[in-house]
Design a protein around this ligand. Structure first.
Ligand SMILES: Nc1ncnc2c1ncn2[C@@H]1O[C@H](COP(=O)(O)OP(=O)(O)OP(=O)(O)O)[C@@H](O)[C@H]1O
Length: 300
């Protein structure tokens, strides 16, 4: 471990990539995604491409702003935490990774002004402490519209104050907005016998953008974030099919060292207990892989 540490600090010194506990291991992330993320070819491509360009640039023109969209249980939180784990030495426990959830941090609609000023101060303070900070916003479609407007100056290219480079930060937004539209595109593709992997961002992006901008309950509503094109990447998560749910089961079982036969039985039992939609085709898992881990324990 000592040798690995020396090597990574050496590469940090040369490439000036590492600050605070920011230790990007993009190759590790790419391998982990390739091996464990089920059914999300676009997510893998977009996230890796976006991160590579951003992380390897010592003076980015603006912070990296990604918005993850998709049906429940399709991997948005999973990919976010994987990403954090491969970017920061201490992963989710890093003091430079900040997670916001509407029900936990911003529960009361009548306190929105206080939340706005607290959020702004929090971001300012933390970016001053470490430019390579990551801010993760969960359930943006449940965030009070008006709150996220305070982020606008931080997400663009112009925000440099007191010599602090605020352009090195990463912002990730998660929401179910656009999920139904993404599902519809995936269903249409399936009905047209198009290969799922042929789906491109351009097939999905317009519908997702519309779903966000048309929704007055979404945290981006009138925040200027979409209108000012501050989102660098819209990342669509596709609905998961039967074989993807199996993949999730295999991931969960990997540590247990079960015999092949038993693994297959458990996978089959979990898939059999999963609800699929639409009614007719029974194609996509209703809650993605969300309940896989808890249901596995029933069959062990
Ligand atoms: N595409 C996937 N590949 C592998 N595992 C997955 C995938 N999607 C979900 N999982 C598994 O299911 C769990 C729940 O998924 P996750 O919390 O990432 O869903 P989500 O998209 O964030 O859902 P929600 O919109 O309800 O918050 C993950 O921790 C992971 O174990």
């Amino acid at each position: 471990a000592a040798a690995a540490w020396d090597l990574s600090s050496l590469s940090c010194g040369f490439r000036a990539l590492c600050e605070c506990d920011f230790r990007p291991d993009l190759r590790g992330l790419e391998c982990d995604l390739a091996q464990h993320l089920a059914g999300q070819h676009l997510v893998r491509q977009l996230v890796m491409k976006g991160l590579k360009a951003f992380v390897e640039n010592p003076a980015p023109a603006k912070p990296l702003v990604m918005s993850f969209h998709g049906w429940t249980g399709t991997g948005k939180s999973y990919v976010s935490s994987m990403l954090v784990q491969y970017l920061f030495q201490d992963g989710m426990a890093s003091p430079h990774v900040h997670h916001f959830s509407p029900v936990i941090h911003f529960p009361h609609a009548d306190q929105i002004e206080r939340y706005q000023s607290d959020l702004k101060q929090w971001i300012l303070g933390n970016l001053t402490a470490c430019g390579r900070s990551l801010f993760l916003f969960d359930e943006v479609d449940k965030m009070h519209p008006g709150l996220l407007g305070v982020l606008r100056p931080f997400l663009g290219p112009s925000w440099v104050v007191y010599g602090t480079n605020y352009r090195k930060a990463i912002f990730i937004f998660l929401s179910n907005a656009g999920g139904e539209q993404i599902n519809q595109v995936a269903l249409d593709a399936w009905r047209a016998r198009r290969d799922r992997e042929e789906l491109q961002l351009r097939d999905l992006e317009p519908a997702i953008s519309k779903a966000i901008t048309d929704n007055p309950h979404h945290g981006f509503w009138q925040s200027g974030i979409v209108e000012d094109q501050l989102l660098d990447l819209l990342v669509p998560f596709l609905p998961l099919q039967r074989h993807h749910v199996r993949h999730c089961v295999t991931n969960e079982l990997a540590q247990l060292g079960l015999a092949q036969q038993q693994e297959e039985e458990v996978a089959q039992a979990v898939v059999d207990g999963t609800a699929f939609f639409p009614e007719e085709e029974q194609l996509f898992s209703s809650n993605g892989c969300k309940t896989v881990a808890s249901r596995i324990t029933l069959f062990l």
